[in-house]
Design a protein around this ligand. Structure first.
Ligand code: MN
Length: 236
């Protein structure tokens, strides 16, 4: 049978050292740094035992931005940056729950990304008890860097940061995450079967704030990775 519309080609993230990572799904983690949970008016867990369940949401794969060019999105006047670690899944998980001590075996590489958010629409959705989709999963809402191969890499002591127009807005060490990468893959596997091509955005530290057309974002993970993007005027 002939396709009646053009088939969508998956976005492909470059991997340092060669090759690309075609993206199947994007999973996102909410409230994974206590200081950000508090700045959003949510409670941070008092202890690791009290952390409950992580907050998950998604973005469509075609929300990825690979060239750093983000048109200011429609229907918002409060576009916020959230700098996050990205985790690229390189192998299909077996069916069933993935044990935390085996979870990192699935990881192909790590990168950094921005979980761009229409904060005004998210606040309205929260107040009305409605889903977050229109606040999170819009076009151009996920600029990402290249991926670093995971082999031999331990990022727990690494610092994730974001500057906007040269001013530091967000900075945190990755060991401050409430849920580690292994914890998150374990929790996701209770809900979904993880597959090669899945990308996970791990949640943001405090300091989220508004972006305007013309703003330049520069995100870094130590001296290992960087991501530059610019907010362009809204498309007309
Ligand atoms: Mn986020």
């Amino acid at each position: 049978m002939t396709d009646l519309v053009p088939a969508c080609d998956p976005p492909r993230i470059p991997v340092r050292g060669g090759g690309t990572f075609p993206v199947r799904r994007i999973y996102c983690v909410g409230r994974n740094f206590a200081d950000h949970a508090r700045e959003m008016g949510a409670q941070a867990p008092a202890s690791p035992e009290a952390r409950g369940r992580p907050v998950f949401f998604g973005k469509p794969a075609d929300a990825l931005v690979l060239d750093g060019q983000v048109p200011y999105p429609p229907a918002t006047s409060e576009l916020h940056h959230e700098v996050e670690l990205t985790v690229a899944i390189g192998r299909d998980a077996a069916s069933g729950v993935l044990e935390p001590d085996r979870a990192l075996d699935l990881v192909l590489g790590y990168g950094i990304g921005l979980d761009l958010t229409r904060r005004d629409l998210q606040a309205q959705a929260k107040a009305a008890g409605l889903p977050w989709d229109i606040a999170k999963g819009f076009d151009h809402s996920a600029p990402v860097s290249e991926l670093l191969p995971a082999a031999g890499l331990d990022l727990r002591q690494s610092t994730l940061s974001l500057e906007v127009n040269g001013n530091l807005r967000q900075s945190a060490r990755l060991d401050q995450m409430i849920w580690s990468v292994a914890d998150i893959l374990h929790e996701l596997s209770k809900l979904y079967r993880l597959r090669a091509g899945d990308l996970v955005l791990m949640g943001t530290p405090a300091g989220v704030a508004a972006l305007a057309p013309g703003d330049r974002c520069h995100a870094r993970l130590d001296d290992l990775l960087s991501l530059d993007c610019v907010i362009l005027p809204a498309l007309t």
